[in-house]
Design a protein around this ligand. Structure first.
Ligand SMILES: Nc1ncnc2c1ncn2[C@@H]1O[C@H](COP(=O)(O)OP(=O)(O)OP(=O)(O)O)[C@@H](O)[C@H]1O
Length: 248
């Protein structure tokens, strides 16, 4: 069976005389894969290399059988051609664009600002899906945390991505909202059948969303688990280096 996620990424980072060696490999059939680990484990670097925003020294990235990067054979698709929607931790909405414009922006490859009245069926569809019609003319600073996150998701999905990459998508939200939005995201993923890769240090994200989890620490994979049961994971601050229960 073709793996949904198949990547091996190696990169040496140097900064201020310090060195961080990252080597992360994963092959998984999980539609919802979570990379879990403490701060500094290498989660963001891994996600950025998958998205094409950072370049590995060696390795490969394949998503649902399509090769997006392969150092050995010289394949290196641009972030746009990888068609992976990336939702940043702070959502990275454009403050000078309305909700509708933020969502429509992704349709034009980000080359120009869409008009405030831009009409497009797919923009309307995603605004409706995320219940954003009432705030479509609002600017990001006029939105609640949940509405900001939904706008970022609508903007990510409108361009029909191959997969969705999420960097700590619930970190900026309160606990009750996190729980609700995790459920919404899980439902949406099941409906769209869109592969989802999420990075987090929050164990609740893992339990509510993961089909499989890859635990990272110090730039290395320290465990892979399929559908982890509650309590099966170490605290993000205290990683466990024992034998993985099952391979993803
Ligand atoms: N551009 C860079 N140059 C040098 N080192 C870097 C660079 N970016 C990140 N690092 C280092 O790489 C390591 C992994 O960073 P990364 O941001 O991937 O961790 P993380 O697991 O996402 O952490 P967090 O949860 O805090 O975001 C850290 O030690 C960091 O200092």
């Amino acid at each position: 069976m073709t793996a949904v996620w198949d990547f091996e990424l190696a990169r040496c980072l140097r900064h201020d005389g310090r060195r961080f060696d990252l080597h992360v490999a994963c092959r998984s059939e999980a539609a919802r894969l979570v990379l879990f680990g403490p701060s500094g484990a290498g989660k963001s670097q891994t996600l950025q290399m998958i998205a094409g925003l950072a370049r590995p020294d060696r390795g490969h990235v394949r998503v649902a059988g399509t090769t997006l990067f392969d150092r050995a054979s010289g394949v290196d698709l641009s972030p746009q051609r990888r068609r992976l929607a990336y939702v940043f931790q702070d959502y990275a909405l454009f403050p000078h664009l309305t909700v509708r414009q933020n969502v429509a922006f992704a349709l034009h490859g980000g080359l120009r600002n869409p008009s405030r009245h831009a009409a497009d069926a797919s923009v309307d569809h995603w605004l409706a899906t995320f219940q954003l019609q009432a705030v479509a003319r609002h600017y990001p600073e006029q939105l609640s945390g949940g509405q900001r996150q939904r706008t970022a998701l609508a903007r990510a999905l409108v361009a029909r991505p191959r997969a969705l990459l999420l960097d700590e998508p619930f970190a900026a939200l309160d606990r009750a909202l996190r729980r609700r939005l995790r459920d919404e995201l899980a439902e949406l993923q099941a409906e769209l059948k869109l592969p989802l890769l999420l990075i987090t240090h929050d164990e609740d994200d893992v339990h509510q969303l993961a089909d499989a989890v890859v635990q990272l620490d110090g730039g290395r994979v320290v465990g892979t688990t399929v559908a982890p049961a509650a309590g099966a994971l170490p605290q993000a601050g205290r990683p466990r280096h024992d034998t993985p229960r099952e391979h993803a």
